[in-house]
Design a protein around this ligand. Structure first.
Ligand SMILES: [Zn+2]
Length: 268
């Protein structure tokens, strides 16, 4: 019996969730839910950048300028920040989420190598959230965020209990400096034009689950709860393929992407 328990501890499945979706599709809510209820670690490209900006180093100030323009930060910088954080997660031996970090074919190649080098590919899957542009914009424009613990609030749908302070840590909530209507439109356009195609390529080497978030937050959370509970009982990626009930989670059944050998030339 003890060997069984030891085995379960040593080999328990630690999912790596590659979370993708347009800004305002509810990635933050999803990550927050898995973090609070199921003890996932969370890497958000946006938070990595914001934490650099807050350090106010020369590097942080450069990044602040880029972000103010609504542009994306240099990839070598991002890759370094992401790799360091992921290595830390692996040491902690917990499931984790990589949130909104794969935006180009270069990012895809980086992700593929990162997962392979750390032996994580068989635990990883793509969770693709989506909602229409109107509801994404609406969510972002009403969003408040805690700079301390990253919890996300919404002045319409998820208000903090105590006026403008975080329920978790009482920090004064903020609006993000790049959350203006014009910049949101630009970022949504970029997602639809470019990142959507990258998601299809990610789904060539790890399984994909898509979920439509244009519905009440309670319903989304119920979905995250069911998903996390299913994942706990998996042992490896093959089981993930076999046991997830796809129709339950997607509007139309996605094609099971083939697990092909990765070649950079596939994406050129
Ligand atoms: Zn907080």
């Amino acid at each position: 019996m003890w060997l069984g328990i030891l085995g379960a501890v040593l080999f328990s499945f630690k999912p790596v969730v590659i979370l993708q979706g347009p800004p305002g599709s509810g990635k933050g809510t999803c990550a927050q839910y898995l973090k609070e209820k199921h003890d996932y670690n969370h890497l958000s490209a946006g938070d990595l950048i914001r934490s650099e900006i807050e350090k106010k180093t020369e590097f942080g100030l450069q990044i602040a300028d880029i972000v103010k323009r609504g542009d994306y930060v240099d990839q070598a910088i991002m890759y370094r920040l992401i790799r360091e954080r992921v290595e830390m997660f692996v040491k902690e031996d917990k499931p984790f989420i990589i949130d909104g970090a794969v935006r180009s074919l270069d990012d895809l190649i980086f992700l593929r190598e990162l997962l392979n080098n750390l032996n994580l590919t068989s635990q990883a899957f793509l969770l693709k959230l989506d909602a229409n542009d109107e509801s994404c914009s609406r969510r972002i424009l009403h969003r408040l965020i805690c700079s301390q613990c990253a919890k996300v609030y919404n002045t319409e749908t998820a208000q903090p209990m105590n006026e403008l302070k975080c329920d978790n840590c009482s920090t004064l909530l903020q609006i993000r400096l790049n959350d203006t209507a014009e910049i949101i439109k630009k970022r949504l356009g970029f997602y639809r034009d470019q990142i959507a195609a990258v998601n299809l390529s990610i789904a060539q080497f790890i399984p994909m689950i898509s979920y439509e978030t244009n519905r009440p937050v309670e319903e989304c959370e119920e979905f995250y709860e069911n998903l996390a509970n299913k994942l706990v009982h998996l042992e490896n990626n093959d089981l993930l393929w076999a046991s997830l009930e796809w129709n339950e989670y997607t509007r139309s059944t996605p094609k099971m992407p083939k697990k092909t050998e990765f070649k950079a030339s596939n994406f050129q």
